[in-house]
Ligand binder design. Structure first.
Ligand code: GLN
Length: 234
């Protein structure tokens, strides 16, 4: 049997801060080790997004200008994106992308951009300040540590039915006050980690890859493949 993962790179031409596209290259790197084919397609402004056409999605970060353009178009993809997330398909959303999956984002000028409320967090403005620097967190469920780099003005607060990706050991995370970083809902992970997160944290990348495979092929036992993967990075 041959396995494949079809990736939607949401607004990859507009939301790609610090090479967030690297997340897809890393997915291809690990998939190749176990003979899984990865194809990817940028799905941008005025392009159709159908949940059934993809098994994995990546939504990168962006500056406020690009984010304001994306915010409008995103409403046209809201229904299918929520369907994708509710079907347990994995999505990695970074920084601006993470903010837009929530209820709203208030930009540096104080403009409130609606999100798609696929997740319950919301992002407020930070006055004349940004959180910039290296960040280290610990995932409560696995004990794994993840390394990244953050650069955001927005401060995010988690809502119902989501839990943090990790506890901040170094850096700021969601808001610099409650010690949380990122948000996990079903198989969707939102995070402030550029780097890109999957390149610097092979354990996280492999975890997301098998979420995609197990969701797409529920009758297959992937234990042997999991043992074959050689994890790089931290
Ligand atoms: N524009 C958003 C902010 O400043 C997201 C930035 C990013 O994606 N790095 O908070």
């Amino acid at each position: 049997m041959s396995f494949s993962i079809r990736v939607a790179h949401l607004y990859g031409d507009l939301m790609n801060t610090y090479g967030d596209i690297g997340n897809i290259l890393v997915l291809q790197f690990y998939a190749k080790q176990i003979g899984v084919t990865v194809t990817s397609k940028v799905v941008s402004l005025e392009e159709d997004f159908q949940a059934d056409a993809y098994d994995f999605a990546v939504f990168g970060g962006g500056q406020d200008f690009e984010q304001s353009i994306v915010a409008k178009d995103l409403q046209t993809k809201k229904k299918e994106l929520i369907k994708f997330i509710e079907q347990n398909k994995p999505l990695v959303a970074v920084c601006g992308g993470y903010q837009m999956l929530g209820k709203y984002y208030v930009d540096a000028e104080g403009r409130k951009l609606p999100g798609i409320s696929a997740m319950n967090h919301y992002t407020e403005q930070q006055h004349e300040h940004r959180f910039i620097g290296d960040i280290l967190i610990k995932n409560a469920a696995t004990g794994q540590e993840y390394h990244g780099f953050e650069n955001h003005q927005g401060v995010t607060y988690l809502g119902k039915n989501e839990h943090p990706l990790g506890k901040v050991l170094k850096g700021y995370g969601n808001n610099g006050t409650d010690g949380t970083e990122g948000a996990v809902y079903k198989n969707t992970t939102g995070t402030y980690f550029h780097g890109p997160i999957m390149a610097r944290n092979g354990n996280f990348a492999v975890h997301m890859m098998f979420q995609a495979l197990e969701t797409k092929y529920p009758d297959t036992d992937f234990t042997e493949m999991k043992n074959q993967v050689q994890i790089s990075g931290y």
